[in-house]
Write a protein that binds this ligand. Sequence first.
Ligand code: ADP
Ligand code: MG
Length: 209
Amino acid sequence: MSVDFLIKRAKEIQVVIDSHALEIEKLDQEIGDGDHIFNIQRGIKLVIELEPIIKDLSMSKALNQISMKVLSGIGGSSGALFGTLFMTMAKSGNLDKAIDYKKGIEMFASGVEAVKQRGKADVGEKTMMDVLIPVADCLKKGIQNNKNPKDLMREAIETAEKGMLSTKNLLATKGRASFLGKRSIGHIDPGARSSQLMIKTVCTSILNS
Ligand code: ADP
Ligand code: MG
C-alpha cells in the first residue's frame, strides 16, 4: 500500500459519492442539517488536490498532511472525526516502511478506535460508528485468523452494508440527529451511508486487484 494507493482510492470514492450525492443530501436533510454531502465532497476534493504535494512523501507524512487538510478544511462533525481517523493512521507504527495489507488493516482499526474515543459514540447510537466499528472488528478478526484477503474484503463489504442498514431503526443518541428523539427512527444515518460507500469502494478495488 502506497501514497499512490490512497490517491487512486480517493478518486474512485469521489465518483461513487458524487453518484449518491442526492441520496446522502436527503438523508442529512431528514435527520440532520443537510450539509453532510457537502462536507464529504469537499473533504474528498481537498485530499485529491493534495496529490502533487504528497505523491513523493512517505505514507506517514502523506497521511499527516491529509489529516490536517481534513481537520482544517471540512466543517461539521465529519471534519473532526475523519481528521482523527487519518491523524491516528499517520501515527500508528513505522510508516516510513512499506505498508502491507495487514499493517493497513491495523492502522485503519486504530484510527476507528480513536474516532470512537473522539466522538464518544459506540455501536447502536445511529452514527457512522455503526459501520466503522463492525468493519474494523471484522478486518482485525480476519487477519488474526489468516482469512483469505479476498474473502475478507467481501465480508467487510457485507458488514458495512449491514451496519448502515441497521441505523434505520435505531434511535439517535449522538450527533445532531439525537435532537429529534424518536423522530430519528425510520431514517438511515447519512454518515453511516457515506462511510459504507467509501468502505465498499476501497474493498472492491482490493478485491479486483
Ligand atoms: P454535522 O452533524 O455537524 O452537521 P455532518 O453532517 O458532516 O456533521 O455529519 C453528520 C454525521 O456525523 C452523522 O450522520 C453521524 O454519522 C456522524 N456523527 C455525528 N456525531 C457523531 C459522533 N459523536 N460520533 C461519530 N459519528 C458522529
Ligand atoms: Mg450535517
